[in-house]
Design a protein around this ligand. Sequence first.
Ligand code: CO
Length: 453
Amino acid sequence: MEKKPIKIMDTIFRDASQSKIATRMKLEDMLPIAEKLDKVGYHSVEMWGGATFDSCIRYLNEDPWERVRELKKRMPNTKMQMVIRGQSLVGYRHYPDDVVVCFVEKAAENGIDIFRPFDALDDVRNLKTVIETVKRIGKIAEGTVCYTISPVHTTRLILDKARQLEDLGIDLFCLKDMAGLLDPYTAYKIIKRLKKSLNVPIHLHTHDTCGMGAMSCLKAVEAGVDIIDTVLSPFSEGTGQPPTESLVMALKGTPYDTGLDLNLLAEIADDVREMKKKYKEFETDMGGVDSKIMVTQIPGGVMSNMAAQLKQVGALHRLNEILEEIPKVRKDLGYISLVTPTSQIIVVQATVNVITGERYKIITNETRELLRGGYGETPGPVNPELQKRVLKDEEPITCRPADLIPNAMERLRKELKGISTSEEDLLTYALFPHIALNFFKRRTPELNLLESN
Ligand code: CO
């Protein structure tokens, strides 16, 4: 058989930190490890995007842009990859096109090589501005479709969306299994079909939440996948990715041999294990397999957050009722995937439905917006009665939602006058106005004086 080395993306600084230690990993702990990772020969290292941006300014008092620059210095030979929530960038709502374009340009300028945009509704129109900008500036665009299970989600649907993304000019295609629901034989079937119908390399992203991550990667390899996502063992398994070392070992001596040095990986894993000890308080207690996920499809991170919040308000005893309500709300909302931000929308609405004792007695703003078409086109039809109740005589939106959002950069620039002149700060402010201002004040205490003058 012809040799086909499998390429590996390590998720240690982004997804693994997000899934295993609540996105609390600090830059100072990444830097010494980054230097060593640069010698491994990975396809890429995922180090930005998702919740990392928010976490930097909210909890860590770190400039997210500086993180990119510093990691780039330590990893000059490795491609730096970020995950980006389509038109929502690294936030939770759709932003205007001028903000999206500027964000992608600045991210690239600071050091991002590969952009992986996904959309919670898999509405390809929501990925268009990001992909076109990435292409225009000569970086690598990795189009993504989320993997989820529902009566409307078929292999055909994935293939259709993948082809639409290929028409937009993507360089790579990623199948994103955010909750670890993809079983090995389905992985084989889908990857085989994708390989047949796409011309671009195929990347598989999984989690080990249901204990199938490594098995699915292996079957995907047999089906012809080009790149897989793994993480160094101390951050692997459970809600994390399958372990890098195990996959490297499993493929060793086969036509798929990754060529990565196991001794070097073991040495770095030792450092990572030491580093991880600092974050014990943030570790999720879901280390092993959680089969509840197979039924509810709720990503591990969301589940642990939900339990913690219910505990705070003394409603933890209603958890099982809420878990039963979640699939019903999901059906009403057109079988949207459980991924940021739709996972939060579904979970909050289901919780409200249970706690108030009457379904949709209270409808959250986000549920309303979703029923209005404000997030894009849902994979399946929404509950028409519920939609009518929310919209009354208003017609739902059918265009790309961002077409209705006016450009904002000029307005934001005026608002930030006297506080900062950096374009990066402007973007931080565009995404998280309130948190950004607090962060700027902590970073530059003189700003507090300015305000009181
Ligand atoms: Co993930």
